[in-house]
Write a protein that binds this ligand. Sequence first.
Ligand code: NOJ
Length: 715
Amino acid sequence: MEQLLGEMTLVEKLGQMTMLAASLVVTGPPGPDNPATKVRQGRVGGLLNTWGHDEIREAQRVALEETRLKIPLYFGVDVLHGHRTIYPIPLAEACAFDRDLWRRTARESADEATRDGIQMTFAPMLDVCRDPRWGRISECAGEDGYINAEYARAKVLGFQSDNDHPHRRMMGVAKHFVAYGAVMQGRDYAQVDVSERALAEIYLPPFKAAVEAGVGGIMPSFTDLAGVAMSAHRALLHDLLRVQWGFNGVIISDYNAIAELIHHGVAADLMDAAVLALRAGIDIDMMAGAYEEGLPLALERGLVHIDEIDSCVRRVLMMKEAMGLFEDPYRGLEKQSPGPDTLPHHRASARDAARRSLVLIKNDSDLLPLPRSTKRIAAIGPLADKQSELMGPWCMAGDEREAIGFLQGLREVFAQSDISHVQGAVVDGPSDAQMIAAAVTTTQASDVVILCLGEDRQHCGEAASRTKPEPPECQLELARAIVATGTPLVLVLATSRPWIIPQWLIDGSQSILLAMFGGTEAGRATADILIGDYNPSARLSISWPVNTGQIPVFYNMRNTGRPHDPNNGFSTNFLDAPINANWLFGDGLSYSRYELGDLRVDVATMDETSTIHLAIDVVNAGKQAGEATVFLFIHDPVAQVTRPLIEIKDFVKTMLNAGQSKTLRFTLNADQLRYPGLDLQPRLDDGRIDVIVGTSARAGDQKRVSIEMRRKMRV
Ligand code: NOJ
């Protein structure tokens, strides 16, 4: 390594620190240079946005045969929720509350992507978000920091470690460091200004978890944070991430982000921008050309030192070595991806993933599951026969021709039923009275209507913020007409974000399924639930607000000095809307009912060295086998700073036959009880802690015990 470094010219070094985009897909503005020419000149270390046998082989051949030092390229793509087989979008998959599932789909994605020549994914995306206006909310694991941290760990292990075969492992790049999910107004790329406490409690823990799990890369956010542009944030990138957390992987800028320091108004030109980014700790410049253009001059002027550049190059070369590229530059590449042996297996897995991610939120009079013998089913709505949308954003190699929409899923699974389809409305645009009339006629002639509303996938993901995260008027008009028929109605919502659903539509729907974007097998998975072949087990990873003015609304709010009290006009409240979300984090139904026994704890007092053991019986009081999701929360009633009324610390899923009961066990130790004190350092107090176990975040579904913390050492 050192020998290679010693042989490199400055241009070659800066080349290793440069990542350019090919154009198989476009994920940002075009750069000025042709990447192929740059590769030939030895001025590129890795490419993004390309994959596939012929493309990768050719690019790598040029690097190996036509450049002076023959250093292999690496290839990175946003493999966010699947490569060719598309799994549910992260916000939906998070609703499965299933660490094994999160790992499995990451491992399978890596398996497919590495066959296509990809060694790096710009994932997991860990930007905790409470704002459905932000299009990128679809990419994160929801509103809670702990859940995003658990998701981070699972994804990193799944991508990087779970496959026994080294060629099937893919390096993760956790992004976007940090608090991108708090962009003001939910407007993409906008300013971020959150407190240091919010960073410590909510936004940093997922990244800490990714680092602890050994993530290979970190990508800083495009945004600024309290006035400091993240691509120049030395205190967070260098002092915290590198020094305090001991992260020794690569830091990769976001697309053109170093050059954007000029727009942020903290750099006068590319040289300035390059100096700031290098000083902050960014090793790889993605698509800005800032390092290549700016660092030679900065070096000449003594603004940076060659040792700083060498450290970055060393990290890039070490990363390539860890990827096995020096040993075999074509590692893992196969002619056909994902290969006939893996595809059916992954599709079955995607169907399972989607079933586990879909949240049943309302089911009046047990309308669902529908009897297998249902005669006439109307599949209505703009999303009913639109499998392409169900793949969601960032489904790069996903082929929409392979995806299964709701209509096809219904036709396959309800083989004995007569299924009619009328679109009734476009996804977004003017309403059409004739389309609505046809939908009404079909609905009236049916025993049940499945009304599939939702989003266009172009309207979500990056650069897709909306001030109105709600069904467009044309869909509402259709829905009004369908509700008015009085036909039993199952509302299926295929969205990338929480939507604001009017009360009349909630009331007019007997059952509501929050299908979100379920990926390649979304249609079959949804039909499996409608017919009862799968008993829904998912719970919301994100709250669904009543209206836009309520945003942000989330489950772990603080009590305030004037807690909400409907009988007290001087308590925290809205005059024109309820205080709670329509559907809260943790909400979700199943076809069974899970009942909890008393919560038992082995000791009533603990100290900083002890672990307490909790046990609770859960019984499936329903008639169908199913998987119960049970959460462990705590509440710290008296602390140095205000604490949320409830905060999640763990969760488990357990399969129960009808009538079966099981004892679930949790542990809690002092580390889980610490919180950032006044000085933001982890703090543990003496006194009472309430431990809460529940099937949701709602008081009615919970059991509580109190324990006493008595520290041995008092400081
Ligand atoms: C910009 C996005 O912010 C980032 O998430 C992504 O990885 C890059 N583009 C590359 O596509």
